[in-house]
Design a protein around this ligand. Sequence first.
Ligand SMILES: NC(=O)c1ccc[n+]([C@@H]2O[C@H](COP(=O)([O-])OP(=O)(O)OC[C@H]3O[C@@H](n4cnc5c(N)ncnc54)[C@H](OP(=O)(O)O)[C@@H]3O)[C@@H](O)[C@H]2O)c1
Length: 219
Amino acid sequence: MATVLITGCNRGIGLELCRQLHERGDDVIGACRTASDELRPIGIRIIDGVDVGEDAGVSRLAEALGNQAIDVLVNNAGILRSDSLETVDFDNMLEQYRINTIGPLRVTRALLGNLHSGSKVAIVTSRVGSIEDNGSGNNYGYRCSKTAANMVGVNLHHDLSPKGIAVLLLHPGLVATDMTGGTGVSPADSARGLIARLDELSLASSGEFRHAEGYTLPW
Ligand SMILES: NC(=O)c1ccc[n+]([C@@H]2O[C@H](COP(=O)([O-])OP(=O)(O)OC[C@H]3O[C@@H](n4cnc5c(N)ncnc54)[C@H](OP(=O)(O)O)[C@@H]3O)[C@@H](O)[C@H]2O)c1
């Protein structure tokens, strides 16, 4: 049984990760801004008021955890503000950096004292952050924020793997959540894959960028 902390746990992929990990017996802690009616009945420990874009929210999380050891930290919270060359709004672009790029770094740094040798840290980034895989353009803010999130993850790998903490960048697939307007595979299928990737993560595979289905993605 592992103690797993998941951000953005009140809906979408984060909610499903909480559900499946709890069902198999892990000790799941869900962090969110506001708990949802779908989250509460699962029966996990919920820490609300956690906006990953704000120091205050992340400090609240760290305080609520105290010296609780975290075996697996999943930085899942994220936002998508679709745009094109014509419509890209630079404030929206910065907002996506604040949540998608700085959020995982803010949370991981705040919880360094809760991680230990043998812990795992994941960031749910996105395949659309891959420069090599970009075959269609658009979504300047989201793509760039996820590319930079991948860099955060590789940097964390370099800083944390010497401490025995493995780091993984994850693409969940195209998943039918609010973010995609319900297009894609079910959150349950995606979460199953993500959990398999977390389970197999080791220091030997730290720093990789993987699809939920298991294969390595290009940077
Ligand atoms: N769905 C896909 O196809 C897909 C593909 C690639 C990557 N991803 C990534 O997967 C992750 C989960 O996405 P999803 O599809 O589950 O999206 P979603 O259904 O829109 O859920 C997003 C989650 O992030 C939380 N969140 C947003 N801003 C936050 C903030 N400032 N502080 C704390 N939590 C915040 C939301 O909480 P609130 O309810 O409080 O807003 C919600 O729990 C994201 O990082 C996303 O970029 C998704």
